[in-house]
Design a protein around this ligand. Sequence first.
Ligand SMILES: Nc1ncnc2c1ncn2[C@@H]1O[C@H](COP(=O)(O)OP(=O)(O)OP(=O)(O)O)[C@@H](O)[C@H]1O
Ligand SMILES: [Mg+2]
Length: 551
Amino acid sequence: MAETKNADEIFKEFKEHSIAEFFKKNRQMLGYSGKVRSLVTVVHEYVTNSLDASEEAGILPDIGVIVTNVGEEKYKVVEYDNGPGIPKNHIGRALATMLAGTKFHRYMQQRGQQGIGAAGCTLFAQITTGKPIFAKSSTGAGKGYSCNIAVDTVHNKPIITNMVEISEDFKGLRVEGEFADVKYENGEHGIYEYLRRTVLSNPHARIKFIDPEGKEYVFERAIEKQPERPEPVKPHPLGIFVNDLLDFAKASDSRKLSSFLVDAFARVTSNKVNELREIAKGVDFDKDPRALTWPEAEELIKAIKAVKWIAPDATQIKAIGSEQIRIALKNILDPEFMHVVERKPKVFRGGIPFIVEAAVAFGGSAGRKTDKGYEGNILRFANRVPLLFDNSSCAITAATRGVDWKRYNIDIENQPVSVFVNVSSVYIPYSGVGKEAIAQEDEIIDEIKLAVMDAARGVQHYVSGKQKIAGETSRYKMIMRYTKQLAKDLSNITGADQKNVERDIEKLVAKHYPKATGADEDDAASDEGKVGKEADEKKQRSLEDGSEEDD
Ligand SMILES: Nc1ncnc2c1ncn2[C@@H]1O[C@H](COP(=O)(O)OP(=O)(O)OP(=O)(O)O)[C@@H](O)[C@H]1O
Ligand SMILES: [Mg+2]
């Protein structure tokens, strides 16, 4: 019989684990599942950090990524930027402490949200190769240093070794790490594609990439202008849950609950607090906010839902902008035709504003070339970060699949079409810690669908024109196959010269199908293409003066 244990013995093994210890055991939650995906995740974490840091510092990012094969399923990743760098006394917290970043309690539209990404990479290197990360950084002249860095997982603390000061004159951060149990792959889910999509949504960035074969790719900056920098905002009361309210209250330094509410949240005035007082009778608004209890917070949230609020301010949400998207798409996909849509801010969960931008691009390098021809693809982005994985659970996929493409004469399965969608918000509801898919919130799905339909409508005429040409061309070719025989027969019957008859028939057919022969310069496609482009420009102008109609 198996040995039995009493409660004391069982609970002897009970101990608290650090968050680093937790992620060491659950690395898939950080995106480290699957060999190809794991390697992309490393690049993704470092590149998004570089973009965030340079954006905050107002620097046009110059980023480099070098991937080299250093053994069986083992790769070295080097990533560097020209950003602000990390001060020496913060490097440990930045690259090797989970949840230590500044952003966790800050409501601001940035790519990074949790303060986990960089330490996650360090942890992943450590658990797959036993090696620390090498970091080199400088925040300006004379402030350079390099060191090795690892995570003490038991205590979620950094272990820094070999700290050396360097006199080299540079600014930015360079990280180097070796990762095993990973694979490099080209294609839809590879690093090259990830970086290509990154410049698509960040046309202000220049990215150089050297792949494991030593091939060098440079994605040049398409725009020399720094995007508008978002500022931290206060959360709207309708966008928070009970536990968020408690977290904010615990971190507060206000003396009273009432002043905490006014200070911590947007749109809360003392008048509103009085309204809340009338409803949440069981809550003492004069108490220390740090002493707020769960039942009180629950009652407050209920009261918040019962009060009328001014909608949240969306001015701190910075979308990419339709002109920038147009330039980026032209630069990377060079489509024959495209239509870009920037929607007005909307709100989900009652209090979290977000903006959807969408584009449909047709032809050029849009879509994906396959053995059988072409197929359409969806380019998903959240706050300008490309999402390559967890496709099926993403709100963007759900919304795009929900569009009735036939209505727009687009065959999304068999045509060179790319659907571009970027969702911007101070808070993106990701469906997992790996941040690869946007949760399927109804309000977000509906809004994406409207944006995509709008963009599809914009290319509809052009695509129909193309289809008309394709149809005419095939009919023209079929008829032309019989002209020789027909001319011969007619010449036999009438005695007319066969060559002349053939020429006359050809002329007649060509007149009937001008689009197929290209005789008609102003054919449907280019005509409608022009109309589409003009409409596009007109729309752009209306967008700029904010008169875009909302459907
Ligand atoms: N290239 C960089 N240049 C300057 N600072 C950086 C750089 N990379 C990271 N940091 C700093 O380190 C912090 C931690 O980065 P980390 O990736 O762990 O978290 P995050 O980006 O805030 O959130 P997320 O977990 O969502 O990525 C960042 O918030 C930033 O302050
Ligand atoms: Mg990050």
